[in-house]
Design a protein around this ligand. Structure first.
Ligand code: PEP
Ligand code: MN
Length: 355
């Protein structure tokens, strides 16, 4: 299916990359919204975000101020001249947001993962001309993301953009949501004229990751950034650790190096995609190797054998580093990787022995 889009640029918003959307995770009080909005507007932000209805992982948390907050966003528009954006997850949210004159709607990551919910929003948008930004679904499923885009497109919406906010994983590591950059890169290849925003707040989950993630997104030719900014981040009622003050936001944006997209960036993105794929394969192979190690551990336990068998280890090290040498790999490098892998295997087998 061909997707022909219209520009999401609103009058007065600079067309130079990045298009910036900033504002708090949640609208909390009228004062917090107005104070944050004024600070952002004074520093040049043109599009303000704030969540009114908040999807929370567990019940009992702050679930957003609801309709009341829409009047605060109206005040932001009136008093600062910024455009305002909020998240919609149901048809009622769409009706209320449109009634309040919200300029941009976004669909959250949990909603994008649910075709029934996206269809309900699409049906509510029929005959309406409003820009809609679609976050990636929480799970790394490009087809599901594209499906959500198609549902909104089929409703007649032509000003569509997407937000890359990372993908959730069972094990929380450095990022709150793994970026898996190859997914938005593949989306760009499939729908080239679709504007892509990066949400470094939800990817990183930590303030200090916002600047490097913004730079990476710019280096990958993303069009915009949506960043959580709060006048007093430590006191935020949701996502406190990933929000920055308008002052820090200004600093982060000023540090960004914007390289003009040209053929060489395209090539770079393609090469990086290959690297991402290879790294994934490496990890899969490592996981497989560890599974086999554990099987060996079980065998050794059943047969009363010791874990460490030094002749075998020396043999591995020697043979493998020779093979590596023939492949033009630095011997020290190969040895250090093998040593690490071996250590982890021993560790895994010790866990089995002690069970
Ligand atoms: C948000 O933008 O505050 C939000 C809830 O994001 P996500 O849907 O990406 O979790
Ligand atoms: Mn948030």
């Amino acid at each position: 299916m061909e997707i022909v889009l219209e520009s999401i640029l609103l009058p007065g918003v600079d067309e130079q990359r990045p298009i910036v959307i900033a504002g708090p995770c949640s609208a909390e009080t009228e004062e917090q919204v107005m104070e944050t909005a004024k600070c952002l507007a004074n520093r040049g932000t043109k599009i303000f975000r704030a969540g009114i209805w908040k999807p929370r992982t567990k019940p009992g948390g702050f679930e957003g101020v609801g309709v009341e907050g829409l009047s605060w966003l109206k005040r932001v528009k009136k008093e600062t001249g910024m455009y305002v954006a909020t998240e919609v997850a149901t048809k009622d949210h769409v009706f209320e947001a449109l009634k309040a004159g919200i300029d941009i709607l976004w669909i959250g990551a949990r909603t994008s993962a649910n075709p029934f919910a996206v269809q309900e929003i699409a049906d509510a948008l029929k005959g309406v001309d409003v820009p809609v930004l679609i976050k990636n679904p929480v799970n790394p499923d490009l087809e599901l993301w594209i499906g959500a885009i198609q549902r909104i497109y089929n409703a007649g919406i032509r000003r569509i953009g997407v937000i890359h906010r990372g993908f959730s994983s069972y094990e929380k590591k450095m990022y709150r949501n793994s970026p898996l950059w190859h997914i938005p890169i593949e989306l760009r290849r499939r729908i080239p004229n679709l504007p892509i925003f990066c949400d470094p707040s939800h990817i990183g989950g930590k303030r200090e990751l916002i600047a490097p993630l913004c730079q990476q997104a710019m280096d990958l030719s993303f069009d915009g950034l949506i960043i959580e900014s709060h006048c007093d981040p430590d006191k935020a009622w949701s996502d406190a650790s990933q929000q920055i003050t308008p002052e820090v936001l200004d600093y982060v944006l000023n540090l960004l190096v914007i390289r003009e997209s040209n053929q060489s960036t395209e090539n770079l993105a393609e090469l990086r995609r290959q690297i991402d794929g290879i790294d994934e394969q490496l990890l899969e192979l490592l996981a497989k190797r560890m599974r086999i190690s554990r099987e060996i551990g079980i065998y050794k336990k059943e047969h009363n054998m010791p874990i460490l068998q030094s002749p075998r280890y020396s043999e591995i090290l020697e043979k493998r580093s020779n093979i590596g040498k023939q492949m033009d790999l630095n011997t020290e490098f190969v040895k250090s990787i093998l040593k690490n892998i071996h250590e982890e295997s021993v560790q895994q087998q010790m866990i089995i022995m002690n069970k």
